[in-house]
Design a protein around this ligand. Structure first.
Ligand code: GNR
Ligand code: NI
Length: 167
């Protein structure tokens, strides 16, 4: 197992659109294990393959307090979404930035696990928001891009300042 490098916003590779997984082989299982290790080490509650510069539809999520409930979603699809959730989001690709994003409160998702077994999942609350956040990464979207231009400008200024301080 290995921890992977997480791309930081702004990086053009975060805007690549992920392709569906077509082969469920050992290399997929290794990538999923490395993504999980990377997410737990960060620490984060989710990670999309896009963030580690792999442009395939693969997500790992664990919103449990004990960090023992890993969910792997390959080729996820939203079947239903209802309600409106306002949960403040963070992102490992934008450390230190937390913002409210409008999301559905509940989603019903169909996906495959790393073995190629299909399943459906009904999620609400933080799990629902996290899955929607990760699925946006697979489409090449970062959560701050849903905010007003003014807020995005402020975030870019904050990130530039962080970068200058760490230099
Ligand atoms: O660790 C993370 N926390 C989080 C909090 C609220 C909503 C979404 C998230 S996902 C984020 C990890 C990450 O960047 N995933 O892409
Ligand atoms: Ni993210």
């Amino acid at each position: 197992m290995a921890t992977l490098n997480i791309l930081r916003y702004p990086d053009a590779r975060l805007h690549k659109v992920a392709a569906p997984v077509t082969v469920f082989d050992e290399s997929l299982k290794k990538l999923v294990a490395d993504m999980a290790e990377t997410m737990y080490a960060a620490p984060g509650i989710g990670l999309a393959a896009t963030q580690v510069d792999v442009h395939k539809q693969i997500i790992v999520v664990d919103v449990s307090d004990r960090r023992d409930s890993l969910i792997v979603l390959v080729n996820p699809e939203i079947l239903e979404s209802t309600g409106v959730s306002d949960i403040e989001e963070g992102c490992l690709s934008l450390p230190g930035i937390y913002e409210l994003v409008e999301r559905a409160e509940r989603v019903k998702v169909r996906a495959f696990d790393q073995n190629g077994t299909a399943f459906t999942l009904e999620a609400q609350g933080l799990l629902s928001v996290c899955i929607q956040h990760e699925m946006d990464h697979l489409k090449g979207k970062v959560f701050v891009e849903q905010l007003s231009q003014l807020k995005q400008q402020r975030i870019r200024a904050r990130l530039a300042k962080q970068l200058r301080k760490s230099a």
